[in-house]
Structure formats: C-alpha cells, structure tokens
Ligand binder design. Sequence first.
Ligand SMILES: NC(=O)c1ccc[n+]([C@@H]2O[C@H](COP(=O)([O-])OP(=O)(O)OC[C@H]3O[C@@H](n4cnc5c(N)ncnc54)[C@H](OP(=O)(O)O)[C@@H]3O)[C@@H](O)[C@H]2O)c1
Length: 307
Amino acid sequence: MSSSSNIRATVAVIGGTGTLGEQISTALLTEFREQFPTVRVFTRDPSSATAQGLAKKGAEIVVLDIDSLESALAGVDVIANILPTVLPEDVRKKVNDAVVKSGAKVYFLSEFGLDHRLVNFSGYEQPEWEGKKRLAAAVRAQAKGSGTKIISLYTSVFLEILLGPYLGFDLEKNVYSPYGSASQKFSTTAKPDIGRAVGSLALLALDSSTVATVPDEVRIAGSTVSYEEVRDIVSSVKGVPKGEIEVLDLDKLEQSLRDQKGKGSILDYLRLSVGKGWLDHSDNDNELVNPGRKLWKWKTVDDQLRA
Ligand SMILES: NC(=O)c1ccc[n+]([C@@H]2O[C@H](COP(=O)([O-])OP(=O)(O)OC[C@H]3O[C@@H](n4cnc5c(N)ncnc54)[C@H](OP(=O)(O)O)[C@@H]3O)[C@@H](O)[C@H]2O)c1
C-alpha cells in the first residue's frame, strides 16, 4: 500500500466497531494487513455481529475497560481513537491519559470532522467541537517530549451522510437548499477513504525518514463540491431535470445560533459552516496521504450517487 513496506507494527482501534471505526478497522485489516499484522479492536461487546465480523477478517478483539486501558495498550505502536463525543469529557480524557502513558508512537485523536483552524463561531461555540479542541490541547501538552506523535485528522462531513434533507439535499423532491450561496464549495470524505488515510498517515509517522512530513493537524477531502454542482451531478446520474435551488438566509441562521448560545442543533452548525466556507478543504493534505492518487481513488459524490 505504501513505500514504507518494511514496517510491521501493531495497531489498536478504540471504538473500532463504530460507524467510522468499523471502516477504519477494515481498511487496516485488509489493505494495510502486511504492515499491520496485528490489529486490536477494542469493544464493550466482543460478541456483537460487527466485532465478530472484524474477528473473521483477522482482528484481535479486546474488551474495552477504560480503567485498565493503559495495560491493554502495552506494546501497541499506533492507536486510533474512534470513540464518539457522547462519552463524557472526563472519560475521554482518561482514554487520552492511558494512551500517552502507554508510550505508543502514533495516536489519532477522535476528530474526523471539521478543521477547528478554519471555523470561527466567536461567541456561539458548538459545545461538542469545543470539547474536542480542549481535549486535543490538553493531550498535546501532556505528550510533549514523550515521543508520541499525535495526529488530528480532519475529514469534513462523511460522504455517506451528506446527501440527506437534514443538510439541505432533498433528492426525492430534487430540491437543494444551501445557506448563503449555491456556489459555495464544501468538502466531504467517504469513511473507507478515511480508514485508508489513517493507515497511510500511520505508516508515514512510523517511518523515521518521513515522520517530519506529517503535520500534527491533517486536512483531507475526498471531494469538494457546491450545492449547485451536487444538483447537476444528481441530474446527470439519475437522468432527471436540474433541480430547484432555494437559497436560505445565512445571516439569519448565524444570528439564531448566536441567540441560542451553544444550544443550537449541530446540523445547523454544520449548515452554517458550509455556508461560511469553513468546510471547504480545497487546500488540503491529500497529496501527502495519497500521493498522485496512487494508493486509492477518492470516492466522489458522483460515485456515491451511482452506488
Ligand atoms: N465528519 C462527520 O460527518 C462525522 C460523523 C459522525 C461522527 N464523526 C466523528 O467520528 C468519530 C467517531 O464517531 P462515530 O459516530 O463513528 O462513533 P460511534 O459509532 O457512535 O461509536 C464508536 C464506538 O464506540 C463505542 N462506544 C459507544 N458509546 C460508548 C460508551 N458510552 N462507552 C464506551 N464505548 C462506547 C461503541 O463500540 P462498542 O459498542 O463495540 O463498545 C461504538 O461502536 C467522533 O469523533 C465523531 O465526532 C464525524
């Protein structure tokens, strides 16, 4: 899969049975199998169908006990944290503490969303995203000088959940409702491609000749499109007339989120971020993780609609 083909390392995927975790575990167990012969998937329920499915692919299934996580991580080189943000912040901090103490060489934080460096919700911050930022800052400070490379991988919205009415894509009615402008670009990445990016970055970070090329914060984009372009792709893939575009008031949405002081819906935050251009990952690290697209072909909106 990569030029770092002489690397053989052990990986742990915490939350590796989840919506995103299953895809990351699968990519590591299949496309990166040679370099990662041991993939430990941590779960509360080893008997679940997903855990069993991953075991059949060769995963070592390990019971997740956050209180004894440090010892369960002994000897692991790369740790990918794919736990959800519904876990209380102190529990997620405990996971970070255990990882740093384990002495792992590479650690992926549970980010996989918007790039905090691009957004600016001044005065109406989104609590989940603020929590991610706080945890990242704390663990980075804690790991300083420890030899653990900590990576935040920003992917924008998952391609698999993008095309629904809740984000203003009503494919059934063929109506598209962006806030602000229909030509504003935003990015989206498919979950299997995020899994591949984790594998590729882990190899780069494990290799002493390439580790310096890996930034602490990495931004990727499977594809970057606008509502107008999605409307046109739907028309060409489904053979239907170009749908209607209904532009909604971005300033009003921002004011409403401001008034709700962090209590607004996360979907509204996402839609505002799209409208503001904060999810446009046109300037990205794709070339680092998948040089010349030689390792894989990024899945596009067009591919998703055809599938
Ligand atoms: N960019 C996007 O569009 C997008 C969308 C969704 C999520 N995300 C991000 O992706 C990351 C992973 O989210 P996800 O939705 O994939 O997670 P998830 O599926 O909700 O959870 C992942 C796994 O964590 C374990 N888990 C769940 N609740 C737990 C608890 N209370 N205690 C211990 N373990 C628990 C479960 O494994 P077991 O049941 O096997 O123990 C679950 O399969 C998060 O950082 C999230 O913010 C991004």
